[in-house]
Design a protein around this ligand. Sequence first.
Ligand SMILES: [Zn+2]
Ligand SMILES: [Zn+2]
Length: 126
Amino acid sequence: MSFKCRKCGTELPDEAAYCTSCGEKQDRESIISKLTNWATFKPKQVIGAFAALLVVGASVLTVSNAQSAASVTDSKTAANQEEEVWIAEDSDVYHSDPDCSDMEDPEQITLEQAEKDGYKPCKKCH
Ligand SMILES: [Zn+2]
Ligand SMILES: [Zn+2]
């Protein structure tokens, strides 16, 4: 289907908004209805794109949550394995803070070693 330019009469394709010969804007009902169609179609596209973004965003969030949860578990495990505590000669508690309880010459040992030797966690700092 085609139509003629209302100004110069050049035959134009149905979808032409402007004349290819004289450049006259073609204010036709079909164009207007196409624009209306586009206007009603566009929000759906935008919503579709937005929904797709949400899905992508949600999956990214899920992945990053899983990763941070995994890294928290990892660092906790590492901390348990390598945690250093402080013991004083005259007490049977271990401290995570070497300045706790005015210890004199505190000795630094691993938490594992302290528990093996029967030391108990300090109520103030541990
Ligand atoms: Zn024309
Ligand atoms: Zn303490």
